[in-house]
Design a protein around this ligand. Sequence first.
Ligand SMILES: [Cu+2]
Length: 336
Amino acid sequence: MPFNFLKLRYAGRPSLRPAAVVAALLCSSNFALATNFVEPPVFASSHGVLDLLIVVLPQPVPSISYVPPSGPAINPTGWVYQICPRASAIPVNQCPAGSPTTSYYGGIRLALQKGDQLKFRLVNRLPPINPVTMANLQDGINLPKNPTNIHTHGMVVQARAPTLSDPTFGDDIFVDIYNPANGIPTPDPSHQHGSVVMDYADYRIDVPANHPSGAFWFHPHVHGVAVNQVSGGMAGIISVGKAGDYASGDLSKAPFPEANVHHLVLKDMQVLAAGTYMFANGSATVATGWCRTRRTPPSAPSFLRVSSRSAKARVQVPTTAAPAATITPAEHGSSP
Ligand SMILES: [Cu+2]
């Protein structure tokens, strides 16, 4: 698959910035890695509720600039989750410019606690997809219209469809939310498993009071097109509780100190055997110096170094050619 997603918690004083990591993975060989680590933006629940507006839309990735051998510089277009507290949203279904809105290509973190309610409105502002770039076109005639939804990967929550008395969706992977600007979907009885919704859908995901603490993630889950969307950047972290709930910080089993917990998102792109990559704005030939040719010898794994005063850790960087440190979503088979 043209995507690997790694999220981790680790101790120490990290020396890498997520945006730099993203760029480094996509990158020319002379990219400077030694920048400060910055946590992904966090939206945390308050008094048991996290209530957000989430608009998914295309956006140039400013941290990645690439000059192909025969052409002007390219800033790849990513597909990002633009997020703001629902209370700050402006009519109709828009996040305000500037704070408190974020649309971070590297992904954001939703910080939840056991027993919380995660509520959000998901608005689809994605462009249509060129069918040529789709690996799973046979999964539905409407997929080029780029429907989306959200799945909370790994969480133990209800896969709930709306009812007359409760119109919200739970973690329902069968709802397809369409951007009206891409046209009205054609009825497709052979592949339509759930609700067809235009423009947006409202979700309510109840986190059980006895939900395990841990690190999870969210991503779109419309069969046949999820791979395009996740590859475009649509993913983020969900944390429940604290790392100290399940991890010890020392031999006496003191809880892991929360100040030493950091979150990192790695994303990469697949460079084809012919040395090309299909950007949203067209294919480009990849120059010598991109990640695969940086390996010496070519079969050796790439490493990302995370250092601290007291310890050093090496985190193996996953690549699409030889994934070595990915969180494999086992329940989805070969799909995200
Ligand atoms: Cu998943």
